[in-house]
Ligand binder design. Structure first.
Ligand code: DSN
Length: 415
């Protein structure tokens, strides 16, 4: 894998691409929303389909020359249908946020009411944050996790739904370490006669593999991104019933987007094919086993996990009880220095700024793709705990850096 063709035209970009490839090889990618797609997905995404305009849908395009675009989009749709079992799939959203936008545009009018989880409790910007179009166009009320347990409070959600009378209840989260009980969110939506949007962006792969229960067939709309745990081409996806199919398709195009990114849709099709192989189910199970092993190691070192553990691909550490003077940002920076890349994250009951919050979020999809298992998670957990204990200690960081080098050498990437 090299960038020699780019280099001949643009050495500056080639240098940066080489640098990024080496960075991914030499570091442990533990941002929970990231993964390493296969060379086949990379090739499909970097293909001549980037040249093609294909507004519309397979068989109903506004431009000529779409026979191969049609074939590829149809394959992506069929494979997604097999993976998640929805009646209708739209693979055109450019991202998970665009997928959510498609649902809101399809079903809501400006001023309509959204009930969603607060961002600092694990929600997402596109679920109604004031800085996002959702917070600006809609009337948003937010629920929180139980402050004692860190788990969703389904009864409280139901009561809020009865009181607020939302048009849509949003479930599915970006930093919630527990499996979601979709039927109980549905009960809250039913109590308000509201739609239910389940945003499974982070757990698309876990749901496809049957490691987590699926909201398909429960929620009216299921959205996701396609490059996280499912490990396909970058972008978004919407799944719904035949009843809402036309509304969703029109909301995505021409409502919210123009030409679909056909090269990304090719990457989605290839990644979905890979995810239909039995090995993918083993991968998804290992992702969760690894997150549990990582969490246990961190707890053994005295770190506190939100909700006391995980059922997912991520752990969320609240640094305040164990390290009251260390912020998430300081931990993130010190860990990046040793080659372990995760992100500072807000935690439930956050007392600091979102720019330098009190937690760190660590995910296992990328490391599991590299072939690491529970034994390696113990080593990774040791690195995190030691660096968080002594973020300014050069000797500790030198040792941690050696351990990261050993791990990345033992589990090479993109050879
Ligand atoms: N930025 C992603 C995350 O890290 O959770 C979600 O869009």
């Amino acid at each position: 894998m090299n960038h020699e063709t780019v280099r001949a035209v643009d050495p500056a970009v080639a240098d940066a691409l080489d640098g990024e490839l080496q960075r991914q090889r030499d570091t442990l990618a533990m941002i929970a929303s990231e993964n390493h797609v296969s060379p086949a997905v990379l090739e499909a995404q970097g293909s001549v389909l980037t040249n093609k305009y294909a507004e519309g849908y397979p068989g109903k395009r506004y431009y000529a020359g779409c026979e191969y675009a049609d074939e590829i989009e149809q394959l992506a749709i069929e494979r997604a249908t097999e993976l998640w079992g929805a009646e209708h799939v739209n693979v055109q959203p450019h991202s998970g946020t665009q997928a959510n936008m498609g649902v809101y545009l399809a079903m809501l009018d400006p001023g309509d009411k959204i009930l969603s989880l607060d961002l600092s409790h694990g929600g997402h910007l596109s679920h109604g944050h004031p800085a996002n179009f959702t917070g600006q166009l809609y009337d948003v009320k937010q629920y929180e996790v139980d402050p004692e347990t860190g788990y969703l409070d389904y009864e409280g959600l139901r009561e809020m739904a009865e009181e607020f009378d939302p048009d849509i209840v949003v479930s599915g989260y970006s930093a919630y370490p527990r499996e979601v009980e979709w039927e109980r969110v549905q009960a809250a939506a039913d109590a308000a006669d509201a739609y239910h949007l389940a945003d499974i962006a982070h757990i698309t792969g876990l749901v496809a593999a049957g490691v987590h229960e699926s909201p398909v067939g429960v929620a009216d709309f299921v959205t996701g991104s396609t490059h996280k745990t499912i490990r396909a081409g970058r972008g978004g996806i919407i799944m719904t019933s035949e009843e809402h199919a036309d509304d969703v398709d029109s909301a995505v195009f021409p409502g919210g987007q123009g030409g679909p990114l056909m090269h990304n849709i090719a990457g989605k099709a290839v990644g979905f094919k890979e995810a239909l192989e039995p090995e993918f189910d083993e991968y998804a199970e290992q992702v969760v086993d690894n997150a549990k092993a990582l969490g246990e190691t961190l707890e053994d070192h005295g770190l506190e996990l939100v909700s006391g553990g995980t059922d997912t691909h991520l752990v969320l550490v609240d640094l305040r009880p164990s390290h009251p003077d260390t912020t998430g940002g300081e931990a993130e920076d010190a860990l990046e220095e040793v080659g372990l890349v995760l992100n500072a994250n807000t935690v439930p009951g956050e007392t600091r700024s979102p720019f330098n919050p009190s937690g760190i979020r660590a995910g296992t999809p990328g490391l599991t793709t590299r072939g690491m298992g529970e034994a390696e998670m113990e080593r990774v957990g040791d690195v995190i705990a030691r660096v968080v204990d002594a973020p300014d200690d050069g000797d500790v960081k030198a040792e941690a850096s050696d351990e990261v080098d050993a791990l990345t050498d033992e589990f090479p990437l993109y050879e």
